[in-house]
Design a protein around this ligand. Structure first.
Ligand SMILES: Cc1cc2nc3c(=O)[nH]c(=O)nc-3n(C[C@H](O)[C@H](O)[C@H](O)COP(=O)(O)OP(=O)(O)OC[C@H]3O[C@@H](n4cnc5c(N)ncnc54)[C@H](O)[C@@H]3O)c2cc1C
Length: 388
């Protein structure tokens, strides 16, 4: 579509941008960074950068633990993006000087009761069948890995390549990187694509993409808690822990500064209220798995809206009737892990490269007539009742 120039110095010039990115969440900012670094003039439109789903996200980079039945193509994209994370994190930190909380201890998947373990094992067997690194642990190995787990946790498995990052550090770092590369932030919403003046427009507006494009992106509410270990110490566990506890599915993400993220509900709703019932269920499941959490401070209870799609996979590429408008949205539960690959593949499209075959399953025209039925309600999915 476009050819790169020598990187231009940061400026607030009013020259028509080559690329207008709508949305300054992780996806839009990473695309802006990649495009600006390749010499394009980039404007990023957002009245509240970083205020979307990423503001509450846990930051798990979990292509293995989140390899669910019926989502093989999505799993392939998640794996490809996760493989880019180490270099992406290193480059971002080198460019900005900002640590983004990228951690590689891995993820433990556990079951509290016999029934929980049976459910977990079905998924692990599927994941192992795909050739993914899931290592079942004996109870003694599980306790050695994380002594803080409740003694009644029946069993677990290790996904060593599922890592984590802190989205609240990631997004400001991406903003800095994009601006240093020359991208200009325009602190206003885009009400209509016809208001945007650029050679190429990238719609990376999360849930806001539906109103702009008619694509079937719907909000999927997630309530999530943040706890803090007392006295400023680090949490008593190092792995991300994803657990089944009496039928509830929760995850616990430890941060070096003592924070623990405990999430999350998956609800077909578009409000962001926090409910007592959800807080109770999250806390009960979390404390059942890791009793020490009962002594932690509860510092935040919040809800965000994941940009969901009918098949739970992102929408990446030109709109059917607008080759100059590229969608980069619908990342649902996976927008953080999918940030590096989305940025690279969309920047390639902007620059007119041959589309990467990885993009084929995620085209914007795959929903056919459903593309405009954004208010028609969710498609039922196998994972619809999962907490993730
Ligand atoms: C509870 C919860 C937990 C999650 N945990 C994880 C996780 O562990 N791992 C993971 O990979 N993902 C996780 N996610 C999903 C992840 O947060 C999203 O997939 C990701 O944030 C999507 O990024 P985005 O940039 O597309 O959208 P968003 O982060 O939603 O950002 C969209 C941006 O677009 C802007 N915008 C919207 N409309 C307009 C407009 N018209 N004009 C201009 N700007 C506009 C908004 O202001 C916002 O800044 C979680 C989400 C939730 C809610």
């Amino acid at each position: 579509m476009l050819t790169g120039r020598s990187p231009s110095p940061p400026s607030s010039d009013r020259v028509r941008p080559d690329v207008a990115v709508v949305g300054a969440g992780p996806i839009g900012l990473a695309i802006a960074w990649r495009c600006a670094a390749r010499g394009l003039r980039v404007a990023v439109h957002d009245p509240a950068p970083g205020s979307g789903a990423s503001a509450v996200a846990a930051g798990m980079l979990s292509p293995v633990a989140e390899a669910y039945f019926g989502e093989r193509q999505l799993t392939g994209l998640l794996l490809a993006s996760a493989a880019r994370w180490p270099a992406f994190a290193a480059e971002l930190t080198e460019t900005t000087g900002v640590e983004i909380g990228y951690r590689t201890e891995g993820t433990l998947m556990v079951g509290l009761t016999g029934d929980d373990l049976a459910e977990a094992r079905r998924l692990w067997a599927y994941q192992q069948g795909l050739g993914l690194p899931v290592t079942p642990l004996r109870p003694s190995e599980l306790r050695d890995s994380e002594p803080a787990l409740a003694p009644r946790v029946r069993g677990g498995a290790l996904a060593p390549t599922d890592h984590q990052v802190d989205p609240r550090l990631l997004v400001p770092a991406l903003r800095t990187a994009a601006q240093r590369a020359g991208a200009v932030l325009v602190p206003q919403p885009v009400r209509s694509l016809s208001d945007v003046d650029a050679s190429v427009t990238v719609v990376a507006a999360g849930c806001g993409a539906a109103a702009l494009t008619g694509l079937p992106v719907r909000p999927v509410k997630g309530q999530i808690l943040r706890l803090r270990a007392p006295d400023g110490v680090a949490p008593g566990f190092r792995h991300v822990i994803r657990g089944y506890a009496d039928g509830e599915h929760v995850y616990l993400v430890p941060r070096a500064d003592g924070e623990v993220v405990l999430g999350a509900t998956v609800e077909e709703r578009s409000d962001t209220t926090v409910t007592a019932g959800a807080v109770q269920r999250l806390l009960r499941a979390g404390v059942d798995l890791l009793p020490e959490l009962a002594e932690y401070d509860l510092v935040e209870a919040v809800a965000g809206l994941r940009p969901g799609t009918p098949d739970n996979a992102p929408i990446l590429g030109p709109l059917p009737d607008r080759p100059d408008v590229l969608a980069a949205t619908g990342h649902h539960r996976h927008g953080i892990v999918l940030t590096p690959i989305t940025a690279d593949l969309i920047a390639d499209l902007v620059l007119g490269c041959v589309p990467d075959p990885l993009l084929a399953p995620f085209r914007a025209d795959r929903f056919g007539g459903a593309a405009v039925a954004v208010s028609g309600g969710p498609e039922p999915t196998l994972e619809g009742d999962l907490w993730s």
